[in-house]
Design a protein around this ligand. Sequence first.
Ligand code: FES
Length: 295
Amino acid sequence: MPVPRPNVFPEAGSAESAADASALPPGKATRKAALLLAGTGGSRAAVGEVEALGRRLKETGLVARVAFAFAAGGAPSLHTALRGLADKGVDEVLLLPLLVPMEPGLRVWVGRSVQRWRAAAPELRWPLVRLAPPPSDTLGIKEVLREMLGQAEEAAPMGESALFASDASLVPAQHWRVLVCQGLACNSAGAPAVWNQLRLEEDRLALRTRGRGVTACTTGCLGPCSLAPVLQVYPDGQFYGGVDEAGLRRIVHEHLLGGQVVEELAYAPNGRKQRLRARTWRAAAPNVAAAKAEA
Ligand code: FES
């Protein structure tokens, strides 16, 4: 089980939080938060690096809260982090992408994902979300690059140590392979959030070794772009379309763990062009198969 990590600096209600809020320049909303959006948080070291950046940002005193999230795998996801800030009564979230290069579709998928999350939990008071430009568009980036150059000059040369990867590998034994399309149409429709959700479920449910075993990877366009976001499950090559985080959870529990195709999201090659069907299931409906699989 991954260790839950705090993603808000400082935690709600702490003395540090109160002091920071009172020290804000006049006119700065005390319920404004910055949210760092990083790439992959697949290791403790990666999470620690983003935490350190969050602390640096917190020290500027420009916002009352700083949180972080990962866009391409790792916890917390953007959804979890945003919900956490909404639960803490934050009015506005300034989203800072730490992604180089920043996917051209990021603005669209974040916008659509936020719309979807709001629609799925209308009872929650969601904050306004504003997206900053990528690091390469900021004036101060020259200073950062200059400092990095200086530090690189001082660093020990790479490739001088005797550290080599082993020359033998295990061939994976997993039965299921999930391809998650990250082509333009799928990215714009929210595929990064679906991929992130799959990585979280993989970790949470130990999918690699559980049942018949699952491996997953991202791919370029799989073909049926009008069904975005699309994923495909092998060895059968089953296509799924219009997959969101709730749909992904069903595919994990019913198909990968239960061996049953999720018909509501499934599309078969029939020689004709196909459109996305309207949803016929409710995301919040109790999922008996899921409950059984987790029991
Ligand atoms: S971009 Fe995903 S199927 Fe084409």
